[in-house]
Write a protein that binds this ligand. Structure first.
Ligand code: PLP
Length: 386
């Protein structure tokens, strides 16, 4: 089924919900059984159907079903945040003494999880340069269990050759996990490019309205799905039915939003590239970007999030520019309908960040792009006056 049609229909079941177009919010802790025999036979439930609220209600399962379809996977679990999706995707597959390979441009809090929790439990992390591609081969050890990729990388937007990395991992009997939030399954079919476990911070484009925090982990095989869900149940990790409802609602318009945001982002990124105040724009959708060829080969589109390195390094001058934007609010997260800006401070260990000026990150929303360009132009005037 075409993605756009799937997004309109997946996870709905009017015949089972008194004819409502949308799956209602099912709020529940207790789910009563019709007999003691049914209650006692429940131990396998919670994997695929409602049996206790913490393991997911009907709204949760509707979102999981929709995401499984969109990702072309075997099953999806929904977690309480995008970050918990990153950490929960790793946990079932590592034990003390194991080793994991993580891209050096991974989302910062995922890195902190590896450096604190995983380290404390005896799991060692090696960060690899995202541009390594098949050279990642030499970093595998007998105790390596998985590779955690993200493309493009957080803050610095390097592309990775995901099929090559996944192929190397497979040769070493390791899993490939990927944080695919930037492209979403609409613009990169991670599981069809060799990834075993695809991660989405549904907080971003799936929600799309900056009013929920949620994560989704989709597995390529049933066996991986069961490992993920059992680990979630063991930890008491869960997702609120209200947020699952909002994520389902976000899915309905996601393709239209993402295409519009991509178009604006490209227009704005091209305009920024031509500005004398700008050293470079970090956005794989641009022909000038070092990751462009890989992006073009593997992706169907681009998230509307990119980096801009401006020449100015004075904090005060940057603040004069950024503090007074009319439309770009200053704030973390991204993927909503509203445009955002932040200053980025990349943390790297496999390769040093070579930034010369100040690195900004822009998330482009649904505003008219010419209004955003005018806002940015006025910002550069303030910067040049400072
Ligand atoms: C690439 C990426 N992955 C994961 C997350 C975490 O998502 P959440 O904010 O829902 O925890 C973020 C948040 O900014 C992100 O940028």
């Amino acid at each position: 089924m075409n993605d756009r049609t799937l997004l309109s229909h997946a996870g709905r079941n009017p015949a089972a919900t008194n004819g409502t177009v949308n799956m209602p919010v099912y709020r529940a802790s207790t789910v009563v059984a019709s007999s003691l025999a049914e209650y006692e036979g429940r131990h396998d439930k919670g994997l695929d159907e409602m049996c206790y609220g913490a393991m997911g209600t009907t709204t949760y399962y509707a979102l999981a079903e929709a995401m499984t379809g969109l990702e072309r996977g075997a099953g999806a679990v929904i977690t309480s945040s995008g970050l918990s999706a990153c950490t929960m995707a790793i946990l079932p597959f590592v034990s003390a003494g194991d080793h994991v390979l993580v891209t050096d441009s991974v989302y910062g809090p995922t890195r902190r999880f590896c450096d604190t929790v995983l380290r404390r439990f005896g799991v060692e992390t090696t960060y690899y340069a995202p541009g390594m591609g098949e050279d990642i081969e030499r970093l595998f050890r007998p105790e390596t269990r998985l590779v955690f990729a993200e493309a493009p990388g957080s803050l610095t937007f390097e592309m990775e050759d995901i099929p090559a990395v996944a192929e190397a991992a497979r040769r070493h009997g390791c899993l490939t996990l990927m944080d695919n939030t930037w492209a979403s399954p609409l613009f990169f079919r991670a599981l069809e490019h060799g990834v075993d476990i695809a991660i989405q911070a549904a907080t971003k484009y799936i929600g799309g309205h900056s009013d929920l925090v949620l994560g989704v982990i989709t597995a390529r095989t049933r066996e991986l799905y069961v490992r993920l869900k059992e680990c979630m149940i063991a930890l008491g990790e869960t997702a609120s039915p209200d947020d699952c409802y909002l994520a389902l609602r976000g899915l309905r318009s996601m393709a239209v939003r993402m295409r519009a945001q991509q178009e604006s982002a490209l227009k704005i990124a091209r305009w920024l590239e031509g500005r004398p105040e700008v050293l470079r724009v970090l956005y794989p959708a641009l022909e000038s970007d070092p990751g462009h060829a890989l992006w073009k080969r593997d992706f169907n589109g681009a998230g509307a999030l990119f980096g801009v390195e401006v020449k100015e390094s004075s904090g005060q001058a940057i603040a004069d520019m950024v503090d007074n934007y009319r439309y770009f609010a200053i704030g973390a997260s991204w993927g909503g309908f509203e445009s955002l800006v932040t200053v980025s401070r990349p943390e790297r260990s496999a390769f040093p960040w070579q930034g010369r000026g100040t690195l900004l990150r822009f998330s482009i929303g649904l505003e008219e792009p010419d209004d955003l360009i005018a806002d940015l132009a006025e910002g550069f005037m303030r910067l040049n006056r400072a």
